[in-house]
Design a protein around this ligand. Structure first.
Ligand SMILES: [Cu+2]
Length: 65
């Protein structure tokens, strides 16, 4: 399980957007996004580089701390 800090989430719509963006990535599974802690956890089964995950988050208007 990997955990990242997502910056800019303010409501459940943000959580849904981030969850979907992460879930679309190849090999990323079991995505859990937590609004209270501002974190996203997931299994990175294909070992995608952190930069690629960061890009997917930035593409939808959030950032990774
Ligand atoms: Cu929102």
């Amino acid at each position: 399980m990997e955990t990242i800090t997502v910056v800019g989430m303010s409501c459940m719509h943000c959580v849904k957007s981030v969850t979907e963006a992460l879930s679309r990535l190849d090999g990323v599974q079991q995505v859990q996004v937590n609004l209270e802690t501002g974190t996203a956890s997931f299994e990175n089964t294909k070992g995608l580089p952190a930069e690629q995950i960061k890009m997917a988050i930035r593409m939808i208007g959030f950032d990774v701390a």
